[in-house]
Structure formats: structure tokens, C-alpha cells
Design a protein around this ligand. Sequence first.
Ligand code: F6P
Length: 340
Amino acid sequence: MLADAYIIRNTTMASSTLRSLGVLTSGGDAPGMNAAIRAVVRGAIFHGLKVTGIKRGYQGLVDDEMESMDSHSVSNIIQLGGTILKTARCEAFVTPEGRRKAYENLCARGIDALVVIGGDGTFAGAREFGSEFDFPVAGIPGTIDNDICGTDYTIGYDTALNTIVEAVDKIRDTASAHNRLFFIEVMGRNAGFLTLHGGIATGAEAIMVPELTNDYEQLEAFLENAHKQHKTSSIVLVAEGDQVGGALKIAEQAQKDHPEYDVRVTILGHIQRGGSPTADDRINAGRLGVSAVEALLAGKRDIMVGLMNGRIVHHPFSHSKKDRRPLDPQLLELIKILSI
Ligand code: F6P
């Protein structure tokens, strides 16, 4: 990683006109966002740039809620969940008037470029703003959902996954003690990555994800078979955005269709969004943060800085929005094989 960073430094710094950059976090928070802010701030200072922290995502751009940051502003935050810059989903930034106000505020403060940390909604705003005002923006993927095209990884995903594993392991103890069937709801409005990977990691007997249309039929088949085989307890992970409904709805239906089971439901909720980031989330946040700064110094703009096969990649924002990132069919199959 350092080798990558040094190559960019040596070849691009001299020609850069960038002097001052702003950084913000937007959309749902994710553990590791603070580590990313720290990397952006320290990466920028390392390269002789001024840095401004923008509060509450795009809302702070529109409302001119910003403050200058130095190396000490990001001391002792690498281990913290949440985001010291706060975050928001901003209606005003969706309007041309709101974006113009944001642009004027940036110009008044002499900010030349932006680093935005967030998910696909954040990148959509960045793309619109960047092209409207010809303003350089680099995006760092930060969402527990891990659902962004063009990157294998988003900041916060690994921590959320480990939170799920810890919670489901505990539930399995009581499920097994009482011979119960548990439906556990996991976050993921549009994407089943946390559910699929969480399911494999916890040995879940079945999963239900928004990407599949026939998952209730698959669940039925599993329940019938499990009963015949005298399986005493089972865990089903349900993504909150499953097409059949959330865990409560599915559990109600399953209990009606299979009165032989003693059914319970747990909704993990926002516990998945908090907590101290894992080592992976901290390290990757550091890599992505410094790389975003160096990409802007190299004159790149309107790009997302991601990770593919362990390597840093830079893709245009349009690429990150192109398609829905698909679930790996081999992993979907693996769940079935491992739950017989
Ligand atoms: O984008 C991450 C996410 O955690 C989704 O999985 C979830 O649906 C959503 O945020 C909930 O966000 P909020 O409660 O902040 O609206």
C-alpha cells in the first residue's frame, strides 16, 4: 500500500493546483468512518493541504457548517464508531438551489475539492454536484451494506458482520436450549450481503434476501425437511428488505404454515451500525482515505476509491451506480450445502 502511495506522490504532486479540501460523511453512519476521516485529514496535511471538516453531510455544505481541521482534530478517533463530523440525509442538496448554495459556501471558504464518505446516495449527490459546477470530488465507500458496484468492500461492513455473528451465536444458545426456530432480521434495505455472509459465518440453516424471488418456497422446503429429520432448532437470517417482508411477517406466515415449530423473532436493528471498528475496517479506511486525497492531487475527479481483490481501484461515480452489485451465486449455494 505504501508503495502505491509513494508512486502517486512522486509522479503527481508537483503539478497539482489543489490547496484546500473539504471532507464530509453522509447517509447512514458506518463503523470506520472516523478512521477514514482521520486518514483524509492526515493524508491531506502530509501533502501540505488545508482541510475543512463539513458537519452533517451535504446539509453542512448548504448551511455553511464547517470548521478547519488539523492533525489533533482527529486524535484518538480511530477506535470510535459513528462519525465525529455527524451525518445526515439532506433534502436541500437534491435541489439545484441547495447545490448552488453549497457551491457558493465552498468558494467563499476557498475549498478546491471534496472527499465524501458514504453510500450510493452520497455518490449520486457527488456526481450531480461535481458535473454541475465542474468541482473535483472523490468518494470513499462507507456503508454497512457493502452494496456498491466497483468495490468489493465498503467501510463498516466488516464490523457490522462481526456484530451479527456475535449476536446470532448468542441467540443460537437459547434457540438450541428450547428447540426453537428463530427468525433474525439483519439490516439491508436493498441488499443481502450482510445476511448471506452472516448466514455462512453463523451456520444459519436458511437465509432470505431481497435479491431472491423464491426464497419463501426455499424456506418451506427446508422447514419440511428439517422437521422430517427431527432437527431441533434452526436459525433463519432475514434481510430487512426481503421481498416477502421483514422477519416478523415471515415468522408469522411460517408459524401459520408450520404449527409444529416454536417460532421466535429477533430484530438486530441499529446495533449493527455502531461499535468500535474491526482491524480490517480501520486499515482499509486508512488506505482509502489517503488514496482519495492522492487521487485528487493527481488531478482525478468524480471518482470512487474502492478495493478490488485487495488492491486500491479508482472508478468513475457512474460505474458505482451502474448495476446492483450481485450476490455470489456460489455462496448462495454454499448455505444450502452447509445446512443439510
Ligand atoms: O444504509 C445502511 C442501512 O443500515 C440500511 O441497511 C438500512 O435500511 C438503513 O441504513 C437504515 O437507516 P436509517 O435508520 O438511518 O434510516
